[in-house]
Design a protein. Structure first.
Lengths: 325, 507
C-alpha cells in the first residue's frame, strides 16, 4: 500500500515535471552532436547557471542537438572534480564548468586532484568585484577606505563570501598591495551574498566586497556607495573608478570557464574549442551575459592554460598570506 | 488603501485561467516533493529553471510560489505518519505528530497541521502584502550579536525536548554539536572532522541526520523487539478530523506560531527551524496537557510548530521582494529566475515590476486555499497507511528513507551516513537517550558558533556587544526569564502555600 501510494505520488510528480520538460525541449536538427555537461555544483548556483546557459545557447545556435547535464555538488567543486577526472576520462564530447572558486577550494581543501589534470577549453565569463560601503559611511572614496585600513585594519570589518573565496582573496590582494599584513585583516565571511548584503544594509560592518551583481541594485537605489571595482577598465553605466585608478594596484575577475576531461584526442579538443568560440561570438550568448551581469572574457586553448597556471600561483600565494593554505 | 488596490490588481493577474493552472500544478508538485525527504523546493525549482526560457514571468513565479508553499504542507505528512521529516522545518512536527499518529489520532494531527498551515500561511502572506517595509527594517537591525542572543533564547527550547533525564538529553545535544561541526569551517575555511573525505567537507545534511535517527533508528528498534510481542494496529480513535476539544486546543497555537514564524522568517539569518523550536517550547510551557507531550502526543505541539514553519516561509519572501535579498536556498534560486528574465531583483522591484510582485503575492493566497482543499481530503487516504502491519510498514519506511536520502545528492557516502546514524539512533533508543536534541544541536550549534565569532570579529573581541545592543540585551533577558522564571515562580508559590498537598511542578 505504502509503496503503491508513494509510486502513484511520485509518478504524478514525475509526470508533471515530464510535461514541463517535453514542453520545453523543441527538437533540433539531428546532425549536430549530443554533448554532456558536468557541473561540479548543486543546481541553481553560478556554475549551474553557466552550464545551463551554455546548453541553451548551443541548442539555439544549432551547434548541438541536445545535452545532458550532470550535477555533482559539494565543497567548491572538489567533490565533483575527482569524479570528472576518473570517470569521464577520454570522453571527447564532454565539458566541465569550473572557475576561480574551484582553484581556491582545491588549495584550501588540500584536494588530491587539481585543474592541471583536465583539458582547458575556454575561459568564458568573469564577474568583477565591487568594494562598497553603507550609504552613511564616512568613507567617500577608496582612498578613505585604504587610509583607515592602514591606520588600524582591525577596526575595519569587511563582509564578503566564504573564507578563501574570491571576495576574501580580493581583500587579501588589496591589503597586500597597500602594505597591510593580511593576517591583521578583520574579514567577516557570510555564506551567501544576501546575508553579507544585509549586514551592510544594517550597518553591521564597515565595508563589503562581493561580485558587482550582488550589489548593483542596492547601489542604484542609493543604499550602498560603490568605491571601486576590480575590472581592468571603466565600465559603461557604472560610476566608479577601477581599483587601479583609485590607487590600488589590483585587478580581479571571478572567472568561469569550461574544461574537457583528461585524455581527449587533439581533434576532439580542437572541435570543442571551435564550438565554444562560435557560441561565445553569438548574439544569444551576448544577450545572456548582459542579462546576468557576466563580462565576456573569452580566452581559449593554450592561452587559457597559461592564464590558469598564473592565476593558480597568484591565488596560492595570497591564500598562504591569509593563513588558509 | 494603496496596497489593497495593488492587491486587487494582483488577483486579476493571478486569476487568469492559465495562471490558476500553473498554481495548481505548482501546489500539487510542491506537496509531492515535500513528502519526499530528499527533494526540497530549492532543488525542484532549480531543476525547473529552464522553464523561464519559455513562459511569461508571472506564470513561472506563480508555479515556483506554489511549489514553495506546497512543500511546506507536504513535509509534515511523513513527519506525522512515518516519523520521517520531509523538510528540516518539519522535524519538530515529528516529535508530537508521530506520537499522536501512534495513539490513533493521526487524522487530527494531519488536520491541525493542514489547517494551521493555512491559517499561518494566510497571516504570513498578509504580512508580506501589508507589513513588508516595516518588518524588513526590524529584520535588518539584527546583526551577529542579536542573532547570537536569539540562539541563546532558542537553546532554552532544548529543555523542552530533553526528556526525563537532563544528563542524557545534554549528552544527545553535544553529540549534535559534534555532528554539526563536521565540514569546512565558514570563518576560517579549514575542514573539521572530515578525516580527509571530500564528501564530508560540506557537513552532514540535517535531513539525513533526522531521517537516520528518527526513521531508520526507529525501524531497527522495532525489528529488534519483534519477538517480544504481537503486531498491534492502533485503531483510529474518534473523528477522522479534529474534535471540538482539539479545535479549542489548536487555534491559539496556530496564531502564536504564525506570530513567531513570520518575523523570524523575515530575518536574513532566521530560517524556518528556529521558530519551530521556539513555538514548540512555548506550547509545551503553556499547555494544560503537559502529560501528553512525549507520551500520547499533544496536539499543541503539532499545531504551533506547523503554523510557525508556514508563516516563516512567507516571511522569507519579505527581504526577497523588498530588498532583493535571498535568505534561503529557495529564495536564492527564485532570484536567479528573475535574472533569467533580465529583471534585477532589488529595492526597486516593487515599483518597477508591480504586476509581477503583486501577482505573485495574490497567487500565494490562492495557493494556500488550493493547498488546504487538496490536503484535507487526502487525510482519509494518508491515515490508512497506519493500517499496514508493522513489518511491511517499517520495510516501506526503510526503502523510502534510503531512496529519499540518495535523492539529495546522489552520493553513496550519504547512505553510509544515514545508516551509521540509524545505528546510532537505534542504540540511543535502546538505552533511552532522546534523539531530538541531536538535531537541535546540529542546527543551533553551528549557527550560534558562526554568529558569535562574527560578532567578535566585528567588535574586535569586545564582549560588551551582547549587552550594549538593546535588541540583544532584550533577547538575553527573555532567555534568562525563560530559564530561571519557572524556578523562581515555583519557589514563590512554594513559600506562599507550604501545604502538605503541594507537589512541585516539573517545569
Amino acid at each position: 500500500m505504502l509503496n503503491r501510494r508513494r509510486f502513484l505520488m511520485s509518478t504524478a510528480a514525475a509526470g508533471a515535471a515530464g510535461f514541463v520538460a517535453t514542453h520545453l525541449t523543441p527538437a533540433f536538427a539531428q546532425d549536430a552532436p549530443q554533448i554532456q555537461i558536468f557541473v561540479p555544483a548543486a543546481p541553481g548556483g553560478g556554475w549551474d547557471q553557466t552550464g545551463r546557459t551554455i546548453d541553451q545557447v548551443l541548442r539555439s545556435e544549432k551547434l548541438i542537438s541536445g545535452s545532458q547535464i550532470t550535477n555533482v555538488g559539494g565543497a567548491g567543486g572538489t567533490v565533483g572534480l575527482p569524479q570528472f577526472i576518473s570517470q569521464w576520462n577520454g570522453k571527447g564530447n564532454s565539458l566541465m564548468v569550473a572557475g576561480m572558486v574551484m582553484v581556491g577550494a582545491i588549495i584550501a581543501n588540500k584536494s588530491a586532484n587539481n585543474l592541471s589534470e583536465v583539458t582547458p577549453i575556454a575561459r568564458l565569463t568573469g564577474e568583477f568585484e565591487a568594494l562598497v560601503v553603507p550609504a552613511d559611511s564616512p568613507f567617500k572614496t577608496a582612498g578613505d577606505f585604504v587610509a583607515a585600513l592602514k591606520a588600524d585594519p582591525t577596526k575595519v570589518p569587511v563582509a564578503g563570501g566564504s573564507a578563501g573565496g574570491s571576495d576574501h582573496i580580493l581583500f587579501g590582494l588589496i591589503a597586500k598591495t597597500v602594505g597591510v599584513p593580511a593576517t591583521n585583516l578583520s574579514y567577516v565571511p557570510f555564506a551567501g551574498g544576501g546575508e553579507a548584503l544585509s549586514a551592510l544594509l544594517g550597518n553591521q560592518v564597515a565595508a563589503g566586497i562581493s561580485g558587482f551583481g550582488e550589489f548593483s541594485e542596492q547601489i542604484k537605489a542609493g543604499a550602498l556607495r560603490l568605491l571601486a571595482i576590480s575590472a581592468d577598465k571603466r565600465q559603461d553605466g557604472i560610476d566608479a573608478p577601477t581599483m587601479k585608478e583609485a590607487g590600488i594596484d589590483v585587478e580581479l575577475f571571478n572567472w568561469r570557464g569550461v574544461f574537457a576531461p583528461p585524455g581527449v584526442s587533439d581533434a576532439d579538443k580542437a572541435a570543442m574549442v571551435t564550438m565554444i568560440e562560435t557560441m561565445a561570438k553569438s548574439d544569444a550568448w551576448a544577450t545572456e551575459c548582459k542579462n546576468r551581469n557576466w563580462t565576456p572574457i573569452l580566452l581559449t586553448g593554450d592561452d587559457y592554460a597559461k592564464f590558469l597556471a598564473d592565476d593558480t600561483a597568484r591565488i596560492t600565494a595570497i591564500l598562504k598570506d591569509l593563513g588558509l593554505a | 488603501m494603496e496596497t489593497l488596490g495593488h492587491l486587487g490588481h494582483g488577483f486579476s493577474v493571478a486569476f487568469s485561467p492559465m495562471n490558476l493552472l500553473w498554481c495548481l500544478v505548482g501546489t500539487t508538485l510542491g506537496t509531492a516533493i515535500g513528502v519526499l525527504p530528499g527533494l526540497g523546493p530549492a532543488l525542484t525549482i532549480a531543476l525547473l529553471l529552464p522553464i523561464t526560457y519559455q513562459v511569461a514571468p508571472e506564470a513561472s513565479f506563480i508555479l515556483f510560489a506554489g511549489i514553495y508553499y506546497g512543500a511546506m504542507y507536504g513535509g509534515s505528512t511523513t513527519s506525522i505518519l512515518l516519523n520521517t521529516p520531509g523538510e528540516s522545518a518539519t522535524i519538530v512536527t515529528a516529535l508530537e505528530g508521530n506520537r499522536m499518529a501512534r495513539s490513533g489520532r493521526g487524522g487530527a494531527a494531519l488536520a491541525t497541521s493542514a489547517i494551521g498551515s493555512f491559517v499561518a500561511g494566510t497571516i504570513g502572506t498578509m504580512g508580506v502584502a501589508f507589513l513588508a517595509p516595516v518588518v524588513v527594517k526590524f529584520a535588518l537591525a539584527f546583526g551577529p550579536a542579536e542573532y547570537f542572543s536569539l540562539m541563546v533564547l532558542a537553546f532554552i527550547t532544548v529543555s523542552a525536548v530533553l526528556g526525563s533525564s537532563s544528563v542524557r538529553g545534554l549528552t544527545s545535544l553535544f553529540i549534535g554539536f559534534v555532528i554539526g561541526m563536521i565540514g569546512v569551517d565558514l570563518q576560517t575555511g579549514q575542514p573539521r572532522f572530515t578525516f580527509g573525505t571530500n564528501e564530508l567537507l560540506d557537513g552532514v545534511d540535517v535531513i539525513i541526520a533526522a531521517v537516520g535517527l528518527f526513521a531508520v533508528g526507529e525501524t531497527l528498534y522495532m525489528a529488534s523487539r519483534r519477538y517480544a510481542g504481537k503486531d498491534e494496529i492502533v485503531p483510529l480513535k474518534g473523528s477522522l478530523y479534529m474534535t471540538a476539544a482539539e479545535w479549542g486546543r489548536s487555534w491559539k497555537p496556530w496564531l502564536r506560531g504564525a506570530f513567531i514564524g513570520f518575523p523570524i522568517g523575515a530575518m536574513p539569518a532566521g530560517g524556518a527551524e528556529i521558530p519551530t523550536f521556539l513555538s514548540y517550547a512555548i506550547e509545551k510551557k503553556l499547555s494544560k496537557h503537559k502529560e501528553e507531550f512525549g507520551t500520547v502526543g499533544a496536539i499543541e505541539g503539532v499545531a504551533g510548530p506547523e503554523a510557525a514553519n508556514n508563516a516563516s516561509a512567507a516571511g522569507v519572501l519579505v527581504p526577497m521582494l523588498t530588498l532583493g535579498l535571498p535568505t534561503s536556498a529557495t529564495a536564492a534560486i527564485m532570484l536567479s529566475a528573475f535574472q533569467s528574465y533580465g529583471i534585477n531583483p532589488g529595492p526597486l522591484l516593487l515599483t518597477t515590476q508591480a504586476d509581477l510582485v503583486w501577482g505573485l503575492i495574490a497567487s500565494l493566497f490562492i495557493a494556500n486555499v488550493i493547498l488546504v482543499i487538496l490536503n484535507l481530503p487526502l487525510i482519509g487516504l494518508w491515515v490508512r497507511l497506519l493500517k499496514i502491519p508493522a513489518p511491511q510498514l517499517y520495510a516501506g519506511i526503510l526503502v523510502f528513507a534510503t531512496v529519499g536520502t540518495y535523492g539529495i545528492s546522489q552520493s553513496p557516502i550519504d547512505l553510509v551516513i544515514l545508516y551509521l546514524l540509524g545505528a546510532a539512533g537505534f542504540l540511543m533508543r535502546r538505552f533511552d537517550f532522546p534523539t531530538a536534541p541531536v538535531i537541535i544541536g546540529m542546527i543551533l550549534g553551528p549557527l550560534a558558533e558562526t554568529q558569535f565569532r562574527r560578532a567578535m570579529t566585528i567588535s574586535n573581541g569586545d564582549w560588551s556587544v551582547f549587552y550594549t545592543h538593546k535588541l540583544s540585551l532584550t533577547l538575553l533577558t527573555l532567555a534568562f526569564i525563560g530559564l530561571a522564571g519557572p524556578h523562581i515562580w515555583a519557589f514563590i508559590e512554594h513559600r506562599r502555600r507550604r501545604g502538605p498537598e503541594h507537589v512541585p511542578g516539573d517545569a
